[in-house]
Design a protein around this ligand. Structure first.
Ligand SMILES: Cc1cc2nc3c(=O)[nH]c(=O)nc-3n(C[C@H](O)[C@H](O)[C@H](O)COP(=O)(O)O)c2cc1C
Length: 307
């Protein structure tokens, strides 16, 4: 099957396929170039970027869990000024659209980040992270309250005219209300889910393994929760949903698409298999051919009760 059966347009961004490198798991897109051509992605979302440089949390920052990974990086990044000066100019080398994931400690920080990125040609769009569980200020504390989410997204929307994606967490008690608030405020698409806060204890040392005590759980352990979230949110909003959480292979991506994802993002899988985007594209094409479909978009939201 030709590659055109996977072409996608999300929030006005034209992508060769519906696979997105998830924020925080692909650096600025350059780190895996010795293993795989970054242009094999539909789009890459760069590491969470903040107004000021951040050193992140104390080590250890990662610990493996059954079918998952617990991380507490704490949004380590060199800050928006460094990004704009040194990284921005290199992004066209990647050969696919690049989105910037932004995170603030206050509503005004989100607005200022959005204003600084407005009109930056090398950046295809913004992903607004209102769902990071590993920082003391901002992050998930914004993402749980629909009224605050509405206010935050309105401010970012005013400051940024390009494609705007809002990244949600399942920690928001009612993810559908938060999704509706973000959409009302002008989000062009939603991405979900971010990691969920967890903890591992070292029983010999009798203390938490992570330097930050808690971290965000990612990987296959999340998948059924994430598929359920996509299923609920995609039925409640009219904007496209980018689903993620534990996608390791084509069958996992298909679950998200059938649940209602217009695109899928892949994070943790890159750490164990850098060839994952290519393998998933091949697997999606095989599935389309074997089941008589001509384009992957025919599958979006196809799994409905009674279907
Ligand atoms: C090490 C690590 C760092 C992450 N950093 C960010 C980040 O900076 N911003 C963000 O929105 N999500 C971040 N995430 C969350 C992922 O983008 C993704 O939402 C989550 O890991 C679920 O997908 P996965 O199971 O495919 O990894 C990070 C995840 C991991 C594992």
């Amino acid at each position: 099957m030709s590659d055109s059966c996977l072409s996608a347009t999300i929030a006005g961004i034209t992508m060769a396929n519906p696979l997105v490198a998830a924020s925080g798991c692909y650096g600025y897109g350059f780190d895996y170039r010795h293993c795989i051509d970054p242009a094999c992605w539909g789009a890459i979302v760069v590491k969470g970027t903040t107004l000021h440089p951040r050193l992140g949390n104390p080590p250890p920052r990662l610990v493996e869990t059954p079918s998952g990974l617990l991380n507490a990086i704490g949004l380590q990044n060199p800050g928006i000024a460094y990004f704009l000066k040194y990284i921005r100019v290199r992004l066209p080398e990647l050969g696919c659209p690049v989105l910037v994931n932004i995170a603030g400690e206050t509503l005004d920080e989100y607005r200022r980040l959005a204003a600084l990125l407005n009109g930056v040609d090398e950046v295809a769009g913004l992903e607004v992270n209102i769902s990071c569980p590993n920082v003391k200020k901002g992050g998930i504390s914004f993402g749980c309250d629909p009224a605050l989410v509405y206010e935050l997204v309105c401010r970012v929307r005013e400051a940024y005219r390009g494609p705007l994606i809002v990244k949600l967490s399942l920690e928001a008690g009612n993810i559908v209300s938060v999704a509706e608030a973000a959409t009302r405020a002008g989000a062009d698409a939603l991405s979900l889910i971010n990691t969920i806060k967890g903890m591992v204890i070292d029983v010999q040392k009798r203390r938490p393994v992570l330097g930050n005590s808690t971290g965000g759980l990612s990987g296959p352990a999340l998948r059924p929760l994430a598929v359920r979230a996509v299923w609920e949110v995609s039925q409640a909003v009219s904007v496209p949903v980018i689903g993620m959480g534990g996608i390791m292979q084509a069958e996992d991506a298909l679950q998200f698409i059938l649940a209602g994802s217009a695109a899928v993002a892949i994070g943790t899988a890159n750490f164990v298999n850098p060839a994952v985007p290519k393998e998933i594209c091949d697997g999606l094409k095989r599935y389309l051919a074997d089941n008589g479909f001509t384009h992957y978009r025919e599958l979006i939201g196809l799994a409905r009760p009674g279907s």
